[in-house]
Write a protein that binds this ligand. Structure first.
Ligand code: KIV
Ligand code: ZN
Length: 512
């Protein structure tokens, strides 16, 4: 019988470490519920000791998600591990993931510890974690650049202490598929108790090889768990993309011969949700989830596909959840139809008050835009949920004027801690004028790192989804706003980024 390959999703932990991708508790809960629908085996919900926000998110997710194992990262010390265990307490099935760097470079320069000290700390960490659960994962950080003899010594010892998963981390994306796979295989062959643990791969994409390295770790190295993120989100060039490894293994079952528990039809919805919440747009030519992933532009290809789909298609778009843009609701749709569509999209709002607020927004949108698509509903709900968290600023209304030869002018009304303020500004363009107007009241002085506009659906009546990435005092945040008027969407995105900037989350990065 084919082996099962465990899919371990770390979007909410390693993915969130991507500058600007930080998420609120509510956003993390929404993503965790969607990951459960996608049927991922393990959800790494955060790093409990990193911040009170991370702790609370893991705790909440542990109480809500039932079908996936919930995991928290922790450094190899008692305090972190106890904090992880406390956050995971409500979970039906929990895992503690503890790690320590094992490469000479990291031990000497970062940890300032001798190999013997690292060896002892790794053992003690796993021993301590065993007090809370039997499901313990151990990662030798920077594993792929570590001395194999030392790795064998550490891994044998942590398995003897009770580690049940060994995660061979390619922390800096240095691996090359064949070398990474054979190093993993050699570790498994050399470590006498290696068969007592499931081996896992965790790859970063610095050289664009995270997916290839992960698959080599599976095929050459014998790993049976892949750690990955939705859309490949993650620090620097990101992590292994879940959608790519899953579809590679499914599409090439003839070669991989592995079973997966994933419901692939949820892939596109998950990708859209993560991109919408984090503000990290998916490039159009991205495999599986990019807007062009299934588009055939060349005449020869179109002709072939019309005659027989498999001439140029190795997967079916609908199998990963692509649906043709469908008009689902309109101006005359009632609250019940709206609520039902929310349910069909897997969106559960916490209370009737939230449904009412979302419905009011829907009506407002339907007045300005005749056809409402699923994508519009998702953006609307995302906007609505965003506005609950740490809301210092909230958009009310605006007007702007731009004319050839004139300096654009904007007038914006928004609330600061519930109190309405009105302001005006001028700028090079309408968006610049809007941001300048808002700054007259907020004086954030934040630096704008990124401004991007995406059409949510097709056609000129589409809503524009704007992402603004701001940086201030070393913190980077993304704000997202959607509206048929892209200047309004920009104002919303700017205020949403300011809300995140002022939410005062002090977070530890596990790699520091
Ligand atoms: O990249 C890495 O090494 C990690 C570990 C904490 C597993 O994310
Ligand atoms: Zn990582």
């Amino acid at each position: 019988m084919a082996d099962k390959l465990i899919i371990f999703d770390t979007t909410l932990r390693d993915g969130e470490q991507s500058p600007g991708a930080s998420m609120t508790k509510d956003e993390k809960i929404r993503i965790a519920k969607q990951l459960e629908r996608l049927k991922v085996d393990v959800i790494e919900a955060g790093f409990a000791a990193a911040s009170p926000g991370d702790f609370e998110s893991i705790k909440a997710i542990s109480g809500i998600v039932k079908d996936s194992i919930i995991c928290s990262l922790s450094r190899a010390n008692d305090r972190d591990i106890a904090r992880a265990a406390e956050a995971l307490a409500p979970a039906q099935r929990k895992r503690i993931h503890t790690f320590i760097a094992t490469s000479a470079l990291h031990m000497e320069k970062k940890l300032r510890m001798s190999p013997d000290e690292v060896f002892e700390q790794a053992k003690l960490a796993v021993r301590f974690a065993r007090k809370f659960t039997d499901d313990i994962e151990f990662s030798p950080e920077d594993g792929s650049r570590s001395d194999p003899d030392f790795l064998c010594r550490v891994i044998e010892a942590v398995i003897a202490e009770g580690a049940t998963t060994i995660n061979f981390a390619d922390t800096v994306g240095y691996g090359v598929p064949e070398l990474y796979g054979t190093m993993l295989r050699s570790l498994r062959e050399r470590i006498p108790n290696s068969d007592k643990a499931v081996w896992s791969v965790h790859c970063h994409n610095d050289l664009g090889m995270a997916v290839a390295n992960s698959l080599a770790g599976v095929m050459i190295g014998g790993a049976r768990q892949i750690e990955c993120t939705i859309n490949g989100l993650g620090e620097r060039a990101g992590n292994t993309a879940l959608e790519e490894v899953v579809m590679a293994i499914r599409t090439r079952k003839d070669y991989f011969n592995l079973n997966l528990g994933i419901d692939a039809s949820q892939i596109v919805a998950t990708s859209k949700m993560v991109s919408q919440i984090t503000g990290f747009a998916v490039q159009p030519n991205k495999a599986v989830v990019g807007a062009n992933a299934f588009a055939h532009a060349s005449g020869i290809h179109q002709d072939g596909v019309l005659k027989a789909r498999d001439t140029y298609e190795i997967m079916r778009a609908e199998d990963v959840g692509w649906t043709a843009n469908k008009i689902v609701l309109g101006k005359l749709s009632g609250r019940n139809a709206f609520k039902q569509r929310l349910e069909e999209l897997g969106i559960s709002l916490d209370s009737e008050t939230e449904v009412n607020a979302a419905f009011a927004r829907f009506k407002e949108l339907a007045d300005r835009k005749s056809d409402i698509f699923d994508e519009d509903i998702l953006a609307l709900v995302s906007d609505e949920q965003q506005s609950h968290d740490d809301e210092q600023y909230r958009f009310v209304s605006m007007s702007q004027h731009s004319e050839t030869g004139e300096k654009p002018f904007a007038s914006v009304v928004f609330t600061i801690a519930g109190k309405e303020v009105a302001c005006t500004g001028q700028g090079n363009g309408p968006v610049d004028a809007t941001v300048n107007a808002i700054e007259t009241q907020t004086a954030s002085g934040a630096e704008l790192l990124l401004f991007s506009v995406n059409a949510i659906t097709t056609g000129t009546q589409s809503q524009g989804e704007v992402t603004m990435r701001l940086s201030k005092a070393g913190r980077i945040v993304n704000g997202v706003g959607a509206d048929p008027d892209i200047v309004v969407a920009s104002a919303k995105a700017y205020l949403s980024a300011l809300n995140k900037l002022y939410s005062k989350v002090d977070k530890l990065n596990p790699q520091l």
